[in-house]
Design a binder for this molecule. Structure first.
Ligand code: HEC
Length: 146
C-alpha cells in the first residue's frame, strides 16, 4: 500500500519536474531565416496580410498624397498635377489586378502607364511590405480584381 503511494507520488513528481524542464525545442538554435520574398509579384497577395506595420507604412509614406484614410486627399494632393488615386473607390481598383497595384507601388506610376507623380518605392520598402500594401488597398476599397 505505502509502496504504491510512493510510486504514485514519484510519478506525479516526475511529471511536475518534466513540466518545468525548458522545452527542448527552445534550446535548439533557430533555423536561419530564409528570404521567402518571391521576386515576382504574387497573384495572391493576401498571403501578405495587413499588419500594424502595413498601416504605419501607409501613414508614413502614402498618406501625404493618398490621405490618411486613402481618399486621395492628402496634404500634398492639391500640389500634384494628377490627383492621387482614391484607394477607397472600388470602381477603378476592381479593374486593376493585384500585380498592377504592386508594380505601381514598386516601380511608380509610369511603369503602369499612369502619372509619374506616383513615386517608385522599390528602394524604400521591401517586397513583403509592398505586397501587404496591396492587401491594405484591397481592404480600403473593399474590392478584389474582377
Ligand atoms: C507624391 C504623392 C504620392 C505618394 C507619396 C504616393 N502616391 Fe500613390 N499615387 C499618386 C498619384 C498622383 C497617383 C495617380 C496616378 C494616376 O492616376 O496616373 C497614385 C496612384 C497610386 C496607385 C494606383 C495606380 C493606378 O493605376 O492609378 C497605387 C496602388 C498607389 N498610388 C499606391 C501608393 C502607395 C502604397 C504609396 C505609399 C507607399 C503611395 N502610393 C504614395 C501619388 C502618390
Amino acid at each position: 500500500m505505502n509502496r504504491d503511494l510512493i510510486l504514485i507520488l514519484g510519478v506525479a513528481l516526475m511529471a511536475i519536474l518534466a513540466g518545468c524542464e525548458p522545452d527542448a525545442a527552445d534550446e535548439k538554435p533557430s533555423p536561419p531565416t530564409v528570404a521567402s520574398a518571391p521576386s515576382v509579384p504574387s497573384p495572391t497577395p493576401r498571403m501578405y496580410p495587413v499588419t500594424a506595420a502595413t498601416r504605419e507604412t501607409y501613414q508614413f509614406y502614402c498618406a501625404q498624397c493618398h490621405g490618411t484614410k486613402g481618399h486621395g486627399n492628402g496634404i500634398n494632393a492639391p500640389y500634384l498635377t494628377v490627383p492621387p488615386r482614391d484607394h477607397t473607390k472600388a470602381d477603378y481598383l476592381e479593374t486593376r489586378t493585384d500585380e498592377h497595384l504592386f508594380t505601381a507601388i514598386q516601380q511608380g506610376g509610369l511603369a503602369v502607364g499612369r502619372a509619374p507623380c506616383m513615386p517608385s518605392w522599390q528602394h524604400t520598402l521591401d517586397e513583403n511590405t509592398m505586397h501587404s500594401l496591396v492587401s491594405y488597398i484591397r481592404e480600403l476599397c473593399q474590392c478584389e480584381a474582377l
